[in-house]
Design a protein around this ligand. Structure first.
Ligand SMILES: C[S@@+](CC[C@H](N)C(=O)[O-])C[C@H]1O[C@@H](n2cnc3c(N)ncnc32)[C@H](O)[C@@H]1O
Length: 279
């Protein structure tokens, strides 16, 4: 489980330190999501990137909609600081804090790359977002499909011997929105009309280097810090740690090609609209 509060502490700090590698991991998903956002983004209005991280999606949208005003909001102050350093555009600002409580004008578009699965009560959160949006405003976000559909996670789960938790009741975290029926129902009850839900398959870039060996070492180092195996690796010591790293390395080695470790991943891209009369 990763809850919203974790992002203001250690989890957010690690993501800020590792931002280049987390950006790289999403590099094949990013254009798919940006296309979906721009397909419904109005020409102007106040936009919100919920859980903007280091700001890439906010900046892509701000660049493509110069008449709109984009606010990227994230709980993690270190990530917001990096976003500000990386992107300076006249119609873009970054704010640290909870996107649910920040004071922003009525929203004409809400979007998020993997930032909306951390609410303790998603229906209440999306209901709140609905009340902050103008009627008809689009909502576009990506989230992971099930662990078993994400080979990069499945391989790590198998290596660490993690019990499957598909079908368990809602618990905030990266896979909390894997069940599309749950999300559709939740959005409808929160005042959003679903327009489309599309499956987006992509390669998760876990490692890179001058050789396959270097790429594999990079992927192992990355997964020691971030992702579903990080806690298990940190907790293991001595021979147990060496064995675990060997098991993970053995599984990841199958994906090391031409100096990159790329492993199949799969997300949903949701597009919805704020229910109610259009202005
Ligand atoms: C998996 S990261 C994704 C970050 C970024 N969108 C990206 O694609 O790299 C999830 C982000 O959502 C942010 N987040 C989660 N709940 C939030 C909330 N209620 N308000 C603002 N940010 C939130 C976290 O701080 C974290 O940076």
């Amino acid at each position: 489980m990763t809850a919203a509060g974790d992002w203001t502490g250690k989890v957010g700090d690690v993501w800020a330190r590792e931002w280049r590698r987390t950006e790289r991991s999403f590099s094949y998903l990013a254009p798919q999501l940006t296309r979906a956002i721009l397909a419904v983004a109005p020409e102007q209005g106040q936009f919100l990137d919920l859980g903007c991280g280091v700001g890439s999606t906010s900046a892509d949208v701000a660049q493509a909609r110069p008449l709109a005003s984009v606010a990227g909001v994230d709980l993690s102050e270190p990530m917001v600081a990096i976003a500000r350093e990386r992107h300076a555009l006249p119609n873009l600002c970054f704010l640290s804090g909870d996107a649910l409580t920040l004071d922003v004008p009525p929203l004409g578009l809400i979007f998020s790359r993997h930032g909306v699965m951390f609410f303790g009560d998603p229906q209440a959160a999306f209901g709140h977002l609905r009340r902050r949006a103008v009627a008809g405003a689009p909502l576009v976000f990506s989230c992971f499909r099930a662990r078993g559909e994400n080979r990069w996670v499945d391989e790590l789960d198998r290596a660490i011997g993690a019990p499957g938790c598909e079908g368990a009741s809602y618990s905030p975290g990266p896979f909390a929105f894997a069940d599309s029926a749950f999300v559709a129902d939740m959005l409808a009850h929160a005042g959003w009309e679903v327009v489309t839900v599309e499956r987006a398959d992509f390669d998760y870039v876990a490692g890179e280097g001058a050789s396959d060996e270097d790429a594999l070492a990079d992927a192992l180092d990355f997964f020691e810090r971030i992702g579903p195996a990080a806690a298990a690796i940190r907790a293991a010591a001595g021979d147990a740690r060496r064995d675990l790293l060997e098991r993970i390395g053995g599984r990841l080695a199958r994906y090391a090609v031409s100096g990159r470790v790329e492993i199949p991943a799969s997300a949903w891209i949701w597009t919805a609209r704020a229910a109610g009369e259009h202005a």
